[in-house]
Design a protein around this ligand. Sequence first.
Ligand code: 5AD
Ligand code: SF4
Length: 422
Amino acid sequence: MNAHDSEKVVGTLLHEGYSRVATAEQANYIFYNTCSIRDAAEQKVFNRLQHFKKAAGKGKVFAVIGCVAQQEGEKIFERAPHVSLVAGSASYSRLPEMLAELEAGNRRVTGLNLDTDQTFDTPFTSRDNPHRGWITIIEGCDKKCSYCVVPFTRGPERSRTGASVIEEAARLAGLGYTEIQLLGQNVNSYRDPSPAGWDFATLLDQVGRVPGIKRVRFTTSHPRDFVKPIIDAIDANPNLCNHVHLPVQSGSSRVLAGMQRLYTREQYMERIEWMRQAKRPIAITSDIIVGFPGETETDFEETLELLEEVKYDSIFSFKYSRRPNTPALELGDQISEDEKTRRIVILQERQRAIQMRQNVELLGEVEELLVEGRYESSGQWVGRTTRNRNLTFVSPKTDLLGTYVPVRVTRAGPASLTGELI
Ligand code: 5AD
Ligand code: SF4
């Protein structure tokens, strides 16, 4: 979502008459699009701001946008006095105005208002990938997971109209895009604000029916709002990818309650069961946090068992990080950094073994890939399957980018698959 925000901001700036330069050294204006989901990401912003100012910052205008901007607000001006613009994502539709203020000589400009009912979608978005286009369908989050800073940095949920999403998908199809990835903090709580009132499953199905679109993905889902009609839509429409990212966060119902995730392990497994009964095999991926305050060895064991039970295709795993304003900040029984590290290493090893076992089973299978890139040095192509797996293969052909090709899997590692073009 953050990367797509950058595409929107770049597009807006280009439309205002600015141009993009190859290196930061050549720029007059420097934008830092920031993430504050974990503390490490936040610290990185300040280190880079400091470092770049010293190295090549003379005479340049610095802007800090995104979640760190929203969270820290005007405090950024104190920590990094060379910054002139601080704006959160809910204010991006005002960027042209804010830039005009800077051009007029205003030294400090802010966009920190969160009570907006607008989404920031712009016809000027400058997309980096020519085949797969991201479309934001809902911004903000109304959940209150106790560890999470997002509701404070991205504000309340706002959905776009179904008609505007379909229009954008059709426009992208006209430009040659064949894959659409629908984005939102919680896409499952999407609700069309127009009288049509589409829910997420309906929107998903409709995007999958836009002429020219061959693949539709979506991220992220929240188990509480993930309903059976989403699986029914995937069953009914082959253009909807066989992949669901359904973050569980923990395998322990006790920890899930502390996280205020609003579901139990059993309810989560019920959703996994729906996917197992789908007509096509659906890849399932997840996010997991280790070391949430009070997580015992038994709780952690339950997460490890859940990995084996679900057999995820891949996971993103994180050490719990204390975030400002969040309810979990007040919880006692914080887990030490060493212990968090121990747990995440075990978790990742366990997942690696699961992936190795599953990938070996793919040997000999034929997968359809959307070819997305080429490594010039090795002459290898890389593409993605509907189940969101990257596969590399060698071919002397030179015109495969953006095409769909069948590839047989010939080699499998825990995190990689190699194949041959058929
Ligand atoms: N600490 C660690 N991980 C977090 N995430 C969100 N907030 C935190 C936090 N405070 C993870 C969750 C979420 C993913 C995007 O980031 O797993 O699903
Ligand atoms: Fe954060 Fe929970 Fe909302 Fe996801 S659903 S953005 S984890 S508050």
